[in-house]
Ligand binder design. Structure first.
Ligand SMILES: NC(=O)c1ccc[n+]([C@@H]2O[C@H](COP(=O)([O-])OP(=O)(O)OC[C@H]3O[C@@H](n4cnc5c(N)ncnc54)[C@H](O)[C@@H]3O)[C@@H](O)[C@H]2O)c1
Length: 351
């Protein structure tokens, strides 16, 4: 049996909703644990527990690499198959989550994730202050996608610098898969910078937006394997499989889509082909960085923006380290996170 790697895991049947509410606090070594609240269907609640354990550990790495004074946590509400989450039950679920978060006395703060929205965070915020990404009208930072897009742009500058010795994206050939909340904003920023854009989405309605940006439209399959300087996955996860790697014709891959690798060894396959892959959790950190700065640290939007743009420096350092040691950027990122966590634990008084 693997060892429990988490500081605290709380599982309870929500007293109002009757549904399993799981809060996993992976680490507070760097500071308050943060991580979204996932409300999702599971055939077995234990699959929800597995997700909470995995995703909270991922948040620890994400915060550590981003240089945040935060650790990782996650909430999962495991909705059984066949249970309809009507507005009444939804509110009861959120109140149960709020009480679970409040009971942790500030060691963990939650935000939106798959199945929850800024409006849901407002409901949680009625019972606990340890919540972020509430709607702007309620003093929150609201939609995280503009900051995620800005952070991704910063990451692309670092990649461009690694490839061509300049952070300027003018003339860079960028192939973007997914024109959603983040992808569309990013495409706009890249168009402003003068990048040569190839874009795609499964939703044909996005084609008109591509035209407005002066971008070339293609199918998601073509975009994935197009000749490009940088491929930007901005749709769903699992896009980079062992079968796809030999077909790729890009020099680097950096995008916000979560869990891009179908399996971890794909990072090695990309490295063997000389394709620079920047871990998605490093590229997509802008939304979280902004929300935590504005809502939990009460910083100004300008201060938050500086932190988001610092992703350029983070990625530059990671790529430098990876190149210097001839390891994948994924490995360099994992090791950076471990070093920062070890240093924080060493500074911490015991007992
Ligand atoms: N929104 C954020 O702040 C944020 C933060 C961190 C990570 N992410 C990740 O970034 C990705 C995009 O997030 P979003 O908020 O823009 O989501 P979104 O749902 O707004 O957009 C996703 C887009 O991808 C398209 N799409 C779906 N499947 C596709 C496919 N097979 N090929 C091409 N296009 C496809 C959809 O039609 C949609 O336009 C997700 O993986 C998300 O988890 C987002």
């Amino acid at each position: 049996m693997p060892e429990l790697d988490h500081e605290h895991v709380a599982i309870r049947t929500g007293p109002r909703s009757g549904l399993p509410v799981i809060v996993a606090v992976h680490s507070t070594a760097l500071g308050q644990a943060v991580g979204g609240c996932r409300v999702w269907r599971y055939a077995d609640w234990r699959d929800g527990l597995t997700d909470a354990l995995r995703l909270s550990a991922g948040m620890t790495a994400k915060c550590a690499v981003a240089g945040l004074a935060n650790g990782g946590g996650k909430t999962v509400v495991a909705v059984p198959e066949g249970t309809e989450l009507d507005p009444g039950l939804r509110r009861r679920v959120l109140e149960d989550v709020a009480d679970a978060v409040a009971s942790l006395d500030g060691t963990y703060a939650t935000g939106p994730d798959v199945g929850t929205s800024p409006e849901d965070m407002a409901v949680i915020g009625e019972r606990t202050a340890h919540v972020f990404c509430r709607p702007v009208e309620q003093g929150g930072s609201g939609d995280s996608s503009p900051a995620t897009a800005l952070g991704t742009l910063a990451a692309l500058r670092a990649v461009r610098h690694r490839l061509h010795g300049t952070p300027a994206l003018k003339g860079a050939r960028v192939s973007l898969v997914g024109l959603g909340s983040v992808g569309l904003r990013l495409a706009g920023l890249l168009a402003e910078e003068g990048a040569e854009l190839l874009v795609s989405d499964i939703d044909p309605a996005k084609r008109a937006r591509a035209r407005e940006l002066g971008a070339t439209w293609t199918s998601p399959g073509e975009a994935l394997t197009a000749e490009a300087d940088i491929l930007v996955p901005a749709a769903l996860g699992g896009i980079l499989t062992g079968d796809v790697v030999p077909e790729l014709r890009c020099a680097a891959i950096a995008g916000p889509a979560n869990n891009q690798l179908a399996a971890e060894p794909v990072a090695d396959l990309l490295h063997e082909r000389g394709i620079v892959w920047v871990p998605d959790y490093v590229v997509s950190a802008g939304g979280a960085i902004n929300a935590l700065a504005v809502e939990l640290r009460h910083e100004s939007p300008e201060e938050a923006r500086v932190r988001v743009e610092a992703i350029e420096h983070t990625v530059t350092e990671l790529l430098r380290e990876a190149e210097h040691r001839d390891v994948t950027p994924a490995r360099a990122a994992t090791e950076l996170a471990r070093r920062r966590l070890d240093a924080a634990r060493a500074r911490r008084p015991v007992g």
